[in-house]
Design a binder for this molecule. Structure first.
Ligand SMILES: Cc1ncc(COP(=O)(O)O)c(C=O)c1O
Length: 382
């Protein structure tokens, strides 16, 4: 009989999308998780040149060797042994995540995932018959999970844990000591450690703390050029692991998912790496002043508490409007001309929060914050 798979029917549209669908054109949008910058000109030129040079064909599944070597090299301070065989190009971080879960998850097994979360993680695990088991990253703990809490969730069917720092939606980062504790937990239970570090180049006050180089056997990195070079629409990313068996399995599967990544685009990313490697730092400086602006505005509003995040381009304030859910608050804000995402779109512990992406100009942030303040004051009766 005709119909649709249970796996397709079970997946729901994300709550982030829902707000976009309700929004008119004239709102100030804090909704979009993508940099409001264009890719480095050098990459655009290199892509055009590569196409003119005939790089319009399939590449090997793992991708352009020169680019993979360059990527491996960029991690040598943490893991000097990496080379091109440890990297497989993908068509985005989204694609990398799908591949990794397809490679690791068997039906009946479970994977520990952060919550609040990037909304793709859970469905990605479920697609392969696995159980998404969420660990809480709470405001009270600066959005970093405690090992005690992780211990309470694990059982003999847990095969992997995913960490995401800097985090979407909270902007949280970790210290080296927190990284070591989270690593030790994965080692103690012999779990795969999947680390989504797509925001690794958007870190403000200190150095990015990575899991790369920590444990060659279990660490699998998801990364992407969407945020690093403002190329969200290009769709290019990679998987990297020092575990050669894992790389062989994932590269094999990548063939069945996309055959390979985009030929000319790989030359463009290589050019960006070679000639515009400080580009993310320039974006980062701008994001940092926006972060300071939005946090100081939010923290001055009655009923709002906001951590000052160390990475990515999101703030995830606690917003107290008695009697209203975060979705209802977000809808009221939308009526007042501001689009943001309700915290509940990122999981139950996001309830009581809103996510603002500061991917708009400082002028618009100020305007959007004026409107937010007016709506919240009205709703709270301040
Ligand atoms: C935490 C996280 N991981 C992965 C991705 C996927 O990024 P892309 O598919 O554009 O590479 C995103 C995108 O917003 C994200 O926020």
């Amino acid at each position: 009989m005709r119909g649709f798979s249970k796996r397709a029917l079970d997946i729901q549209p994300t709550g982030v999308r829902k707000m976009f669908d309700m929004a008119g054109d004239d709102v100030i949008s804090f909704g979009l998780g993508e940099p409001d910058f264009q890719p480095p000109q050098i990459a655009i030129d290199a892509m055009y040149q590569a196409m003119k040079d005939g790089h319009n064909k399939y590449t090997t599944t793992a991708g352009l060797p020169a680019l993979r070597s360059k990527i491996a090299e960029s991690w040598h301070d943490l893991c000097p042994g990496l080379d091109q065989s440890n990297v497989c190009m993908t068509m985005s971080g989204t694609n990398a995540l799908l591949n990794i879960f397809a490679t690791l998850v068997n039906p009946g097994k479970n994977v520990l995932l952060p919550e609040p979360y990037f909304p793709l993680y859970g469905p990605d695990v479920g697609l392969w018959g696995g159980e998404a088991r969420f660990y809480e990253c709470l405001f009270e703990n600066e959005f970093v999970p405690t090992v005690e809490h992780l211990e309470s969730l694990i059982d003999e069917d847990t095969i992997a844990i995913l960490y995401n720092f800097p985090s979407n939606p909270t902007g949280a980062t970790i210290t080296e000591s927190q990284r070591n504790d989270l690593l030790a937990f994965a080692q103690k239970h012999d779990l795969w450690l999947i680390t989504d570090e797509v925001y690794d180049r958007i870190v403000f006050d200190g150095e990015h703390v990575s899991f790369v180089g920590c444990d060659d056997e279990r660490v699998i990195l998801v990364n992407s050029f969407s945020k690093t070079f403002a190329m969200t629409g290009w769709r290019i990313g990679y998987i990297m692991s020092a575990n050669s068996e894992a790389m062989a399995q994932m590269t094999k599967l990548q063939y069945y998912i996309t055959a390979c990544s985009n030929d000319a685009m790989q030359y463009a990313v290589l050019a960006a790496f070679e000639n515009a490697n400080d580009y993310p730092d320039e974006m980062c400086a701008e994001f940092k002043s926006r972060r300071d602006l939005i946090c100081s505005r939010l923290n001055a509003m009655p009923g709002v508490q906001c951590h000052v995040p160390e990475g990515a381009f999101y703030v995830f304030p606690k917003v107290d409007v008695p009697g209203l859910s975060s979705e209802e608050v977000a809808i009221e804000l939308l009526k007042g001309g501001v689009l943001c995402s309700p915290g509940s779109a990122f999981g139950p512990s996001g309830e009581g929060h809103l996510r603002f992406a500061y991917t708009i100009s400082r002028e618009d942030i100020s305007l959007g914050m004026d409107k937010t303040e007016a709506v919240l004051k009205r709703l709270r009766g301040d």
